[in-house]
Design a protein around this ligand. Sequence first.
Ligand SMILES: [Zn+2]
Length: 371
Amino acid sequence: MTRRTGYVWHERYAWHDTGTHIGIYPSGGMSQPYHAFESSQSKSRIAGLIEVSGMLDELTRVGARPATRDELLRVHTAAHVDRIKAESDGAGGDGGDGTTPFGPGSYEIAALAAGGTIAATDHVLTGAADNAYALVRPPGHHAVAETGMGYCLFNNVAVAIEHARATYGTRRVAIVDYDVHHGNGAQSIYWDDPDVLTISLHQERLFPQDSGDVSETGGPGAEGSCINVPLPAGSGNGAYLAAIDRVVAPAIAAFAPELIMVCSGFDASPLDPLGCMTVGSEGFGLMAARLVEIATEVCDGHLVLTHEGGYSPVHAPFCALAVLEALSGRPTGVVDPFAVGFEHSPAHALRPWQEEAIAQAEEVVRALGVD
Ligand SMILES: [Zn+2]
């Protein structure tokens, strides 16, 4: 079955300048200059493969527009928004943690990333598309109300959710974050909100190192609206799909959201410099297919993915293409060259220590009465 999948990409996203770094840290001294891992490379190459593969012709193009200051202020403090704007109007600056560099003009690009996620959400909620993928940059899932961090300036998914609430009266929303890093931003922003369910699948204690534990389940009055599945390093397709089936699916079915937002990062790839997982393009595609099924059963298929991390310029494009094939139901026939070496790896089987981590999260879902 084919579906109309909305797709956001704007060349300006590639112009967000993260400068010269040694991946994460400033270069200089004995650190030979290189680029930040969060560069335009992986994202531009995703957009490139989507076009060259013919997938672009099967998608519904969605124009991006900048989020307004007022839209950003639904999520972020004025001090944060205005500081980013001031630094962006000058020589550039940092998101807030010293490892989130940006150049001149990045305020406008970050507003366009949040606005691109809004536009994708509009398309799905008005019925102009069945589901959507917003390939935006800079990413957003680490940004909290008061500051950016981890390459993120504004929390794109939260800005889009608040837009949906203000515009369409949407009340209950679920966020599924399969980026290899913890979705701490949405967890923090919606900690006390019982109407937004945040579920994060991530490598345990990777980034941020002090959040994402299975014991974090939501603030007073919102207990159970936060679910973490911290997976051990080395987890592959088997562990991720088991987490989707045994934690994400029952939690969302019980929560009954009107809209499912997905923070889509491809840094659980075995080729990623910032993660130690082994999810292949087939695994990402199967996860997306499961999320389409869940959304179809629970909320009329209302499913919006927004792009987060994924720093392998050579592998991320094939992972993204697999996800878009699953969302649209339109295979391109493009073969992931890395699949030969990775998809049949024994590393994909669900291992006992991964099973244990999933069982703990499953217990949280059960104990919270959302099973
Ligand atoms: Zn990440």
